[in-house]
Design a protein around this ligand. Structure first.
Ligand SMILES: NC(=O)c1ccc[n+]([C@@H]2O[C@H](COP(=O)([O-])OP(=O)(O)OC[C@H]3O[C@@H](n4cnc5c(N)ncnc54)[C@H](O)[C@@H]3O)[C@@H](O)[C@H]2O)c1
Length: 261
């Protein structure tokens, strides 16, 4: 028996990077997957294998079930539309991964523009809020319980140099997760967050390929290397599966030990 057999999962920001790997991992475990992103194509700057094929097409080519829905997660109505499409297509909803995210507004806090701060909060924090809101409403309507996995960051727990807007928005995700976990635990809805350390994706390409930045990131990871994208998939499957039924409000670092030091 596959671990997510019969489950329906929405993964936001799943055309590229970490969320794409999670979506493909969920499909391999038997879930029907709804890919929600600004664009269907994978980011050309990413390191994904087969990135010339969209995530939904890749899943279908490998025998799974998936659809793509265009969505800007910062817009509540568009996120509601994704939930509606999931239910219309597959009959119900069991899991949402709120993974869409951006990094914007680098430098000291006093240097970051209002626009960069607002964009970080709109996409990262409000995007996660919108996903929680509409998925939880659907879980309550179904009376089935459900799983929410919010993709925060180690930058939601500690400060990362030069990324004030990103850290503010990811910190919001961390405490949103704890608060909502408490409110909905009795309804059988497990709400948890993952805090990735450094993984090579389009988002981190500059850090991964710039000498100096690469070594600085390595030094922050006791394990002595960057993460492999597949290493995020297992924890995300665990939090979506029945195995995590007593896990609520956990902020799970998947970070090679960087939050341990
Ligand atoms: N890569 C890392 O090292 C790392 C570390 C910590 C946290 N994260 C988090 O993991 C998540 C995925 O990041 P990634 O590294 O895979 O980046 P990525 O750039 O490869 O993927 C991000 C995806 O989100 C989508 N997206 C952006 N804005 C959106 C919006 N408004 N609505 C819908 N989709 C949108 C993009 O189109 C893209 O497909 C992000 O939330 C990021 O903050 C990544």
């Amino acid at each position: 028996m596959k671990r997510l057999e019969g489950k329906v999962a929405i993964v936001t920001g799943a055309s590229s990077g970490l969320n794409r790997a999670i979506a493909i991992g969920y499909a391999k475990e038997g879930a029907k997957v709804v890919i929600a992103d600004l664009r269907q194509e994978s980011n050309e700057d990413g390191y994904e294998v087969n990135k010339d094929i969209s995530t939904d097409e890749f899943i279908r080519k490998n025998g799974g079930e998936a659809i793509y829905v265009t969505c800007d997660v910062s817009k509540s109505a568009q996120v509601k539309n994704v939930v509606d499409k999931a239910v219309e297509t597959f009959g119900h909803l069991d899991i949402i991964v709120n993974g869409a995210g951006i990094t914007t507004g680098f430098g000291g806090l006093h240097e970051v523009s209002d626009e960069a701060f607002d964009l970080s909060m709109e996409v990262n924090a409000k995007g996660c809020w919108n996903g929680c809101k509409h998925a939880i409403a659907q879980f309550l309507k179904q009376g089935t319980g459900g799983k929410v996995i919010n993709i925060a960051s180690v930058g939601g727990v500690v400060g990362l140099w030069g990324k004030p807007a990103y850290c503010a928005s990811k910190g919001a995700i961390v405490n949103m997760t704890r608060q909502a976990a408490a409110d909905y635990a009795k309804a059988g809805i497990n709400i948890n967050a993952i805090c990735p350390g450094a993984f090579p994706t389009a988002m981190t390409k500059i850090g991964h390929e710039t000498p100096g930045k690469y070594e600085m990131t390595l030094a922050a990871h006791p394990i002595g290397r960057w993460g492999k994208v597949e290493e995020l998939v297992g924890p995300a499957i665990f939090l979506a599966s029945d195995e995590s039924s007593f896990v609520c409000g956990v902020i799970l670092p998947v970070d090679g030990g960087s939050l341990a030091v």
